[in-house]
Design a protein around this ligand. Structure first.
Ligand code: AHG
Ligand code: MN
Ligand code: MN
Length: 331
């Protein structure tokens, strides 16, 4: 935590982790991910817009940015000495790194969320979920830490180890320094960020949206999960949802790579995250690419969504019978 008398911009990520009492291995892991993000931001800024399979000026094969971001993170985690298992939105299976779980961590990540927004120059991000030991399929409440990096006009990093949520900004030396500590969100918001096609909303979700609109709540949706969640967190109010749709009962977003870490962060800030019936952090993943509907943000707004859904929609989302794998290229 910030020492009295010290200006907060002097506190870098490593020092903040140490002063928060985070152990050496977890500190090292979070700092390694922060290091990897510097290469990812560089690729986003300077790389070809990269559709996998195309070639650059020199005739070399180009990688799609999400594939490149995936490789950058995998390599860093692989060499970190503190990771037991890892899995990524871009992979089909868990990748074992060390059979020794003691003192090690396992990491699930979405290396580049919103990759289809890069070519229109909108904000994108990296999302990370960290468990102690070897198990990556535990309910999200068991996460040891969660974080995201937002590549917007500025690059920021938000993390929690279960002791509040803290925001860091990348400075001109590419170091992350503390911007805001112990971020909190209000219990009721005045903005909403709605994913999915509205004509496919169920009666419960449609009634919820109408209720928000009647209340004069403002629409603020970028199409990128990281900037949309960051907005709720840093404005301190609002709700993001990507609901169950009539043709997609489990919505779009992935439990392990996207929802668990964001639910951990939003809960740490005093908010809530639900699939419409249950707390996201209590959901048990059956398979690594499980999806779930999500309503996340101010507690009272999430509770209101649950109420409409319980009253007007009949069935809880069930685990998908057969998972379809997302292609590794930009979505
Ligand atoms: P990804 O790029 O990792 O596949 O995820 C994109 C996500 C998320 O950023 C956003 O909230 C959502 O997809 C948008 O979904 P639509 O494509 O339905 O707009
Ligand atoms: Mn994603
Ligand atoms: Mn992605």
């Amino acid at each position: 935590m910030a020492e009295p008398g010290k200006t907060k911009f002097q506190i870098d990520l490593r020092r903040h982790l140490r002063e928060t009492g985070v152990n050496d291995n977890l500190t090292h892991l979070i700092c390694e991910i922060a290091e990897a993000s510097k290469y990812i931001i560089n690729s986003i800024r300077t790389g070809d817009l990269g559709v996998a399979g195309t070639s650059n000026l020199y005739g070399e094969q180009q990688l799609a940015l999400d594939v490149l971001a995936d490789r950058i993170l995998r390599k860093r985690l692989d060499h970190s000495q503190v990771v037991a298992n890892m899995m990524s939105e871009e992979m089909d299976e868990i990748i074992p790194i060390s059979p020794d779980c003691d003192g090690k961590y396992s990491v699930a990540f979405d290396p580049l969320d919103g990759s289809s927004l890069v070519d229109v120059n909108l904000a994108v991000g990296t999302i990370i979920s960290i468990f102690e030991g070897c198990d990556l399929l535990l309910p999200g409440r068991h996460q040891a830490a969660a974080m995201y990096i937002l590549y917007g006009p500025r690059t920021t990093l938000v993390y929690s180890v279960g002791d509040g949520v803290h925001e860091f900004g990348m400075n001109n030396l590419m170091e992350y320094t503390l911007l805001r500590e112990s971020i909190t969100i209000e219990s009721k918001g005045n903005l909403y960020s709605p994913g999915g096609q509205r004509n496919l909303y169920t009666p419960g979700v449609e009634a919820f949206v109408s209720n928000l609109e009647e209340r004069g709540v403002k629409l603020r949706y970028s199409g990128g999960f990281v900037p949309d969640i960051n907005q709720v967190l840093l404005k301190g109010n609002g709700i993001f949802f990507y609901p169950h749709l009539q043709n997609q009962p489990n919505g779009k977003l992935r439990l392990l790579f996207e929802l668990n870490p964001m639910a951990f962060l939003i809960e740490q800030a005093g908010g809530a995250a639900s699939n419409g019936y249950q707390r996201i952090l209590d959901l048990q993943a059956e398979q690594i690419h499980d999806r779930a509907p999500v309503f996340i943000g101010c507690k009272e707004d999430v509770a209101l969504a649950e109420e409409f859904i319980r009253t007007l929609d009949n069935a809880q989302p069930q685990p998908e019978a057969k998972k379809t794998r997302k292609r590794a290229s930009a979505s």
